[in-house]
Design a protein around this ligand. Sequence first.
Ligand code: AP5
Ligand code: MG
Length: 214
Amino acid sequence: MNIVLLGCPGSGKGTQASLISKKYNLFHLSGGDIARSAAETDTRIADIVNSGKLIPEEEMTSYVMNYLPKVKPDFKNILFEGFPRFISQYEALNKFLYEKGEEIKVVFTLDLTEEEAVRRITSRRICKNDGEVYNLITKKPKTDGVCDICGGELIKRADDNEEDIKTRFENYYANTKKLTDFLKEKGKIISIDGSNSIDEIFKQIEERLEEYVR
Ligand code: AP5
Ligand code: MG
């Protein structure tokens, strides 16, 4: 079962993707993680990612298409999170999977106001070592500044500052929102209220997935 998870910055995509992929044994393909990993060896990409801009849409598609056969050569049971983000990326992924005899089974979007999303992003901290995501308000670590799992230092993500958050939202409205509207028109997307608690959102996603895993 291949799933796509959409949503604005800070809507909880990464948090839910981690829960969903564990429960349903899916490979979690994170567009953001692929982008940040490319940024480690490419200063041009680092400049883009660390300033809240998007990697050019076709270039990002190529990254994913090159990466997928290496990590998931059967192209099954993948949770796509943060990719696709453009209509062109969605169509390219659809075509790519179709050619492999696979498909996108279900698309979710997490609905959240910009105001609440910004509040969550500004209070997010991530572990420098294992990338575990925390929140100073809603998902506090047991000890301040320290990862519960590995003891690593908790830091702010490079693009979690006021200016870059603004850029990320502009990109969201200009691109991903259009993809969401496009899928809504086709009746191919399930909207989930992202303002609920982490557990409640996960419960709602599980309920909607029941019909697909039967
Ligand atoms: P990416 O890493 O995907 O960033 P984003 O879209 O801005 O999303 P975030 O990771 O900020 O938010 P999230 O929705 O994952 O929320 P989270 O679960 O952390 O992409 C980064 C960059 O990579 C892009 O800007 C671009 O440069 C590049 N890129 C990626 N994909 C690309 C593509 N397809 N094409 C081109 N470029 C691409 O939650 C946020 C906080 O809230 C956390 O602290 C969490 O603990 C907390 N929280 C989560 N859920 C809840 C809840 N229900 N209640 C309370 N708190 C919650
Ligand atoms: Mg994320």
